[in-house]
Design a protein around this ligand. Structure first.
Ligand SMILES: Nc1ncnc2c1ncn2[C@@H]1O[C@H](COP(=O)(O)OP(=O)(O)OP(=O)(O)O)[C@@H](O)[C@H]1O
Ligand SMILES: [Mg+2]
Length: 365
């Protein structure tokens, strides 16, 4: 980040206030925010294609969505209408939380200290889950300067990258303009790819990402920021300084958990205490038998941040290809619902006064 002490992220969370929301106001963290930050406005009007069920329709009848209850409902044309199972009701509760409104655009950075632990996978599947269940627009930006792979995890609709978007930022005005730079998945998640050439991506620091995010937040309510490995690179530090919330991805291993805990220490020491308190930790690819007691790792992070979710190891995710939610095992789908709900719990004003959501954030996988 140019022009600031390289050991401090003074602008962390800068300008994150949506109307009526004062994150960190009670513990003096607002002092860290810039007085000159431009006001953030809600994205523009929706297009015809966005008149979705979630946005427009009232919640529908409670007919069971699957299983034998659904079959009975269908076979009897609705005459036998049993209430949904407890598991299905719990999922509906998660979806209700996922739909928590945001008063203005929200930037969520996905981080990890180690490489290859599942940041991009988490960013992608979190984005798909939000886009599936929310009526507003969701974008995911590849902020990994070293051969970021987010753009390859959805069907590419454009060869344009974040570099092109930055270059044309001044002329990108309407939603139709920005669609030339994004690839949209069937869930409606839109992805902005990184450049394959690390020499180009390396030039991205906080000012460049800020300019891109300024354009994005005119059109998207949720902006997920996929980052590169570590937290000391200038690109990642730039993205952290723009984030309202972070999702920390932790591998189910001792050294990975230790390094991840040190990431929270680093954020605490560099003006990001509010990001740590509001963070959601993902223990990724858990559930395989081994010597590590993953629940101990979970217990540790539960004391440090707002919520912890375990995402199970899943053979479909291991392929590292274009992935859609219905392909995943049920336990994995459920875990992503829990993750999105835990992240969305941070959208409401003054979340730190609400009871921690971590109890319902435990994976059932
Ligand atoms: N829950 C999971 N179950 C099974 N495999 C997984 C899971 N999450 C990630 N993987 C595997 O790990 C690989 C690396 O994941 P991913 O690309 O998301 O990591 P990353 O942290 O973004 O890596 P990098 O630091 O290179 O950006 C994926 O290609 C996939 O094979
Ligand atoms: Mg990645």
């Amino acid at each position: 980040m140019s022009g600031v002490d390289p050991n401090r992220i003074d602008s962390i969370g800068e300008g994150s206030e949506a109307p009526g929301i004062e994150p960190g106001a009670e513990n003096g963290e607002r002092e860290m925010r810039s007085e000159t930050a431009p006001a953030r406005t809600a994205p523009g009007p929706i297009t015809a294609a966005e008149f979705t069920d979630e946005r427009i329709l009232r919640a529908r009848s409670t007919a069971p969505a699957r299983g034998w209850r659904r079959l009975l409902f269908a076979l009897t044309r609705g005459w036998v209408h049993l209430p949904p199972s407890a598991a299905e009701r719990a999922e509906r509760d998660l979806v209700t939380r996922i739909k928590t409104p945001v008063a203005g655009p929200r930037r969520i950075a996905v981080l990890s200290r180690k490489g290859g632990v599942g940041k991009t996978t988490t960013c992608l599947m979190l984005g798909h889950t939000f886009a599936t269940h929310r009526g507003d627009r969701v974008a995911a930006l590849d902020g990994n300067p070293d051969a970021g792979s987010l753009g390859y995890r959805v069907r590419r609709e454009t060869t344009a990258t974040v570099t092109d978007l930055l270059r044309d930022a001044a002329t990108v005005d309407r939603y139709a303009d920005i669609r030339a730079y994004t690839s949209q998945a069937p869930t409606r998640l839109e992805v902005i790819a990184a450049d394959d050439d690390p020499r180009i991506s390396d030039a991205f620091e906080e000012p460049q990402y800020r300019a891109v995010v300024d354009v994005l937040e005119r059109h998207y309510n949720l902006i997920l920021l996929d980052t590169g490995t570590g937290i000391l690179g200038s690109a990642t530090r730039g993205l952290i300084s723009l984030a309202d919330q972070v999702v920390l991805v932790v591998p189910p291993s001792l050294d990975g958990a230790r390094a991840s805990s040190a990431t929270f220490d680093w954020l605490d020491e560099h003006g990001g205490g509010h990001l740590v308190k509001g963070a959601v930790t993902v223990i990724n690819a858990s559930g395989r038998r081994g010597p590590v007691m993953v629940d101990r790792i979970e217990e540790h992070f539960r004391r440090r941040c707002r919520s912890v979710v375990q995402i199970p190891w899943d053979p479909v995710l291991q392929a590292g290809s274009e992935t859609t939610l219905p392909e995943l095992r049920r336990g994995t789908q459920r875990a992503y619902l829990e993750l999105a709900a835990a992240v969305a719990d941070g959208f409401g004003p003054r979340w730190w006064m609400a009871p921690p959501s971590s109890d319902h954030a435990r994976s059932q996988a």
